[in-house]
Design a protein around this ligand. Structure first.
Ligand code: XMP
Ligand code: MG
Length: 177
């Protein structure tokens, strides 16, 4: 069994950070053609909140990727399980993530969208574990830094459970105590 240990980021803190990120993104991309691309499934909740804080019309799409290897040893090789169906050539792409850990997934996706000739590719995440970073990529819009704990809620899962929690919780994955 696993159990929720404690709330790490409250609903109010998430809401205020999403509003802040939405305001900055709205200011930075005003007058440009922006495509938000959410990385499924984790980013679905953040994406839904973030898009409603953007003050002009944006296109929205989603993709699903999987990475090989354990998170400690991953090569950063990813497989696209579900791709976008938007033509992003010449458009400004903002990749929307739930949590950046090693950064290898986003490093790979950034290269992919550069190859696809996006006008620009930036990264936005609601949560970040800076102590776990391996790939030296800039996180253009970073929400809340968290310690190296396994977290669930606000889109993040443990064995597909808990995505619907409105807060971010630390979860015990080793049988508890
Ligand atoms: P990178 O490539 O940055 O991968 O190492 C980030 C992805 O790893 C997953 N991840 C977690 N998922 N609780 C989760 O539910 C966690 O504490 C956690 N840490 C990393 C997540 O899918 C993220 O998008
Ligand atoms: Mg996950």
């Amino acid at each position: 069994m696993n159990e929720l240990r404690k709330v790490l980021v409250s609903k109010a803190e998430l809401e205020s950070k999403v509003r802040e990120l939405g305001a900055i993104i709205s200011r930075d991309y005003e007058g440009k053609e922006l495509v938000l691309i959410g990385i499924l499934k984790g980013a679905a909740v953040f994406m839904s909140d973030l898009m409603r804080e953007i003050t002009f019309p944006v296109a929205v799409d989603y993709m699903s990727v999987s990475s090989y290897g354990s998170s400690a040893t991953t090569s950063g090789v990813i497989t696209i399980k579900q791709d976008i169906d938007t033509d992003i050539r010449g458009k400004h792409v903002l990749l929307v993530e739930d949590l950046i850990d090693t950064g290898l997934t986003l490093q790979h996706l950034k290269q992919l969208f550069a190859l696809r000739e996006a006008a620009s590719v930036r990264i936005c995440t609601i949560l970040s574990k800076p102590s776990r970073r391996v790939a030296d990529i800039p996180i253009d819009y970073s929400g809340i830094d968290i310690p190296d704990e396994f977290v669930v809620g606000y889109g993040l899962d443990y064995a597909e459970q808990y995505r619907n929690l409105p807060e971010v919780w630390i979860v015990e994955t080793d049988g508890g105590h």
